[in-house]
Ligand binder design. Structure first.
Ligand code: PPS
Length: 290
């Protein structure tokens, strides 16, 4: 699957040619990060769009205009994606960006800056399920084959942005002190208000109780699905097949249970646990998050 013409190789990672170009990656590498920038960093399918909605509303102090009038990529742009340079140039400080890059591939100015990172991770079993359906819906990604075949490719890192374990470990080991906040998708489902309050403290921001309530309402899965600006990608119908699973598909934790056979689960756990040994990333695999 990974040998597909649809991918390019970037520092050993597969990236979809449709979304990234040599120019966009050069732009990313030489990007001038500022001290008051905030990055949402995720491995694909970990809840990026959800966090994008939330951070937009925090930055607009609860004003709904951006989330009702701008498409996802316009609200908070993907720094490494193609044709986003003009959009980024228009942003005023404090700026916010999204990136799927592992820590070591961040722009060099990021490391010397004071820019902050919200790192959002999700149970990898639900990530692989979500990505599997995304490959069915999006024509710029290779046909995923069967779920078992796709999961094997995922464990080998033959998917966009490589191995999940490498990504999570790179950011967990990042030497960023209090510049980084770790959040999980599962925590967001369990206690969104608590998570938003942590983000507000991390960014030294405040919201009125009314704005907070509105933010929580607006970023519910149902509300985001009804908002065409949120349940969308900047691609034509030819690229995103409307008859296939939608972009905002189920929005739950534990859908993996409907897809993994006991054998596949055992294999998956063995690989992930071995690659995670010695790290403190247990929080993602904890029972209550499954
Ligand atoms: S992408 O393509 O990498 O940007 O995808 P990403 O946004 O990271 O992840 C998509 C999954 O996040 C789910 N999602 C949500 N879940 C709960 N609540 C809200 N508000 C929400 N918004 C997005 C989305 O449905 C995808 O997960 P699955 O499991 O496929 O439904």
């Amino acid at each position: 699957m990974a040998q597909s013409d649809l991918y390019m190789l970037y520092h050993g990672l597969y990236l979809a040619k449709f979304g990234y170009t040599t120019e966009s990656l050069k732009y990313f590498e030489s990007f001038q990060v500022q001290d008051d920038d905030t990055f949402i960093i995720t491995y694909p399918k970990s809840g990026t769009t959800w966090m994008q909605e939330i951070l937009s509303l925090i930055l607009s102090e609860g004003d709904l205009t951006p989330v009702l009038t701008l498409q996802n990529f316009e609200k908070i742009p993907w720094l490494e994606a193609k044709e986003n340079d003009q959009l980024v140039a228009k942003l005023s400080s404090p700026r916010a960006f999204i990136s799927h890059m592992p820590y070591q591939l961040m722009p060099s100015t990021f490391f010397s800056s004071k820019a902050k990172v919200i790192y959002l991770a999700r149970n990898p079993k639900d990530v692989v399920v979500s990505l599997f359906y995304f490959h069915q819906t999006i024509s710029f990604l290779p046909d995923p084959g069967t779920f078992e075949e796709f999961t094997d490719g995922f464990l080998e890192g033959n998917v966009m942005f490589g191995k999940w374990t490498d990504h999570v470990k790179s950011w967990r080991n990042a030497d960023l002190g209090d510049r980084i906040l770790y959040i999980t998708y599962e925590e967001m489902l369990q206690d969104l208000r608590g998570v938003i309050k942590r983000i507000l403290r991390f960014l030294n921001r405040q919201l009125s109780e009314e704005a907070l309530k509105q933010l929580i309402e607006q970023s519910q899965f149902k509300a985001m699905k009804q908002n065409k600006m949120s349940d969308s990608l900047p691609v034509s119908q030819k690229i995103m097949d409307n008859t296939k699973p939608p972009f905002l598909r189920k929005g739950i934790a534990g859908d993996w249970k409907n897809h993994f056979s006991p054998e596949l689960e055992a294999k998956f756990n063995a690989v992930i646990n071995e690659e995670m040994e010695g790290t403190d990333i247990k929080f993602l695999l904890d029972k209550e998050h499954q």
